[in-house]
Design a protein around this ligand. Structure first.
Ligand SMILES: [Zn+2]
Length: 227
């Protein structure tokens, strides 16, 4: 330990400009402080925010940037004087990383023991929290509630799985019937509504305790308010 320790290098796939094209990028890990943890990344999800960041859609990107914030570590150790990327650096598959201990959490061993793969854990860290948080915040965790999930993308898919795990009756509301089989047969949703189907929407009026809106762009809420 100490300043003489060999500098650690790591390689991730980085975007270097708003094209968002990724290429290998080697950088030094920062020294590990007392509040940090050194982890070995075995898997990382990519959510749409990463794509926005890589392409500078939000106008605040710093390049080079290794996208990904759904990071699963094989194990974590607290050490002193590791190396680390700049703040904008994020990590990808099988690379070491140094992060503040307060943002690391253990994956419950029971999940791993029951066959949950790291790539199944990764989306829970952003998409999963995005839908779990409002359910928890608004006290919608009791079994038996009737919930709606508006749009079946990555976040909506997690919404169906989490609401079903809570014992809810789940209706997917989508703009077309393209994902009906996926919703009902693969994800276990109970019902499927197409938002342009005026009659179906009318029949569903007043039938839901809540709707999780996972549409990532501005859109009128009024059509779904009656469900
Ligand atoms: Zn995300």
């Amino acid at each position: 330990m100490g300043s003489h320790e060999t500098e650690r290098k790591t390689t991730g796939w980085a975007a270097r400009d708003p094209s968002g094209i990724l290429s290998p990028y080697t950088y030094s890990l920062r020294n590990t402080g007392p509040e940090d943890v050194f982890i070995k990344v075995i898997c990382c999800g990519i959510c749409h925010t990463d794509i926005h960041q890589a392409k500078n859609d939000l106008g605040k990107s710093n390049y080079p940037m290794v996208p990904g914030h759904e990071v699963v570590a094989g194990h974590a150790t607290q050490t002193v004087n590791n190396t680390v990327p700049r703040r904008s650096g994020r990590t990808t598959m099988s690379t070491p990383m140094v992060i503040p201990l307060k943002v690391a959490l253990p994956v419950p061993w029971s999940l791993i023991k029951n066959g949950m793969a790291p790539e199944q854990v990764a989306p829970l860290l952003c998409a999963g929290i995005t839908v779990y948080s409002p359910l928890n915040h608004f006290g919608l965790t009791a079994s038996g509630l009737r919930g709606g999930v508006l749009r079946l993308g990555g976040v909506g898919h997690m919404g169906v799985k989490i609401a079903k795990a809570m014992g809810h009756h789940v209706t997917v509301i989508s703009s077309s019937d393209k994902k009906k089989v996926e919703a009902l047969e693969h994800l276990g949703a109970d019902e499927y509504l197409v938002s342009s189907d005026a009659e179906g929407m009318q029949k569903a009026a007043g039938s839901l305790n809540y709707i999780i809106d996972t549409v990532p762009v501005f859109h009128p809420l009024e059509p779904t308010f009656h469900c």
